[in-house]
Design a protein around this ligand. Structure first.
Ligand SMILES: C[S@@+](CC[C@H](N)C(=O)[O-])C[C@H]1O[C@@H](n2cnc3c(N)ncnc32)[C@H](O)[C@@H]1O
Length: 307
């Protein structure tokens, strides 16, 4: 991973404006910080989705056959999958895809003893590239699962390409996908800017990773975490802003920062139900159902692969 990380970091940090790909936020430390963010009262998407999942899982369970193989993209701590596995009729296998390898293995070790009849298959892979499933689907076909707000971390055209790739990975299947549509600036500021201070640590960890894995010497204390809300398309950007001018080493290169110059470390695009469904249709998926709490902004979409 380090060669690709160094190459991508150099490309992003020598560009104007400076960026780092969000997928590098996820190592064992980043994954653990995110799991703690999910438990913070400020981070509303997890609470909203957790409230929706039992009903969605019960409805989906009536539409799949016994022996289904569930494939989760970005499985993280593998908590939400429990609601789905508990509701489905005799699922055969759970294939958990995540880029954060050690965290993925530990999550599956915690999950497996509670589901002895289900084959557990961790797959450490980058889903921004094509992913081939390592085992054949069970007799009940495949159900895809992409919870959280991760689809929003792609820009809309990349999100469309992800959905097309998922269509190829999953084949003829149903796909349960989360997407958030909040437009409330205060709520977004609290969730993405505060979350008990954990968000700042989560984003600064990408610099700590560069120091450890790519021969960099970033002073993480020089970078302030900042949230920017931007229109067209509506999105939340996370930035690390240099508080003073400084030059840092990155591999054999140097990267100069002016005071107040920032690195964009992640983006979260927000989708109305119509906008998400239009994106899914263009990528070969037919919207079948939608769950949203009254007054809530988070939605679970059930998609079906088009023939
Ligand atoms: C926002 S977390 C969601 C975790 C969990 N699914 C949930 O809903 O709470 C995103 C997860 O996707 C993984 N991830 C991020 N980018 C990825 C990529 N390009 N390929 C594979 N996994 C990725 C992260 O490691 C992390 O576990």
């Amino acid at each position: 991973m380090s060669d690709a990380f160094l190459r991508d970091a150099l490309a992003g940090l020598t560009a104007v404006p400076k960026t780092l790909p969000g997928k590098y936020l996820w190592d064992e430390i980043g994954s653990d910080l995110f799991d703690r963010i999910c438990h913070s009262a400020d981070y509303y998407p997890t609470a909203q989705e957790t409230a929706l999942l039992p009903q969605a899982a019960a409805d989906v369970a009536r539409q799949v056959r016994p022996g289904v193989t569930v494939v989760e993209f970005g499985s993280g701590a593998s908590r939400k999958i429990r609601t789905l596995l508990d509701a489905l009729p005799e699922p055969a296998a759970y294939i958990a895809i995540d880029i954060s390898g050690a965290y993925l293995e530990a999550a599956i070790r915690r999950l497996a003893p509670d589901y002895p009849g289900i084959a557990m298959v961790p797959v450490c892979a980058d889903y921004s590239k094509p992913v081939t499933l390592p085992v054949q689907a069970g007799p009940g076909g495949i159900l895809g699962f992409y919870p959280g707000t991760s689809i929003g971390n792609f820009d809309p055209s990349e999100a469309g390409r992800f959905l097309e790739r998922a269509r190829k990975t999953l084949g003829p299947s149903l796909f349960l996908v989360g997407a958030d549509g909040t437009a409330d600036p205060e709520r977004l500021q609290r969730a993405y800017g505060a979350a008990d201070g954990l968000m700042a640590a989560f984003h600064r960890n990408i610099l700590t990773r560069l120091n450890r894995e790519c021969g960099a010497d970033f002073d993480t204390d020089n970078f302030r975490h900042q949230i920017r809300l931007l229109p067209d398309p509506f999105r939340v950007e996370a930035h690390l802003v240099a508080t003073r001018p400084e030059t840092y080493r990155l591999g054999a290169h140097t990267i100069a920062f002016a005071a107040s110059e920032s690195i964009r470390t992640d983006t979260s695009h927000k989708y109305t139900a119509d906008a998400f469904q239009a994106l899914a249709r263009e990528a070969g998926w037919q919207p079948r159902a939608l769950w949203q709490a009254e007054g809530g902004s988070f939605k679970l979409h059930l998609l079906q692969a088009q023939d």
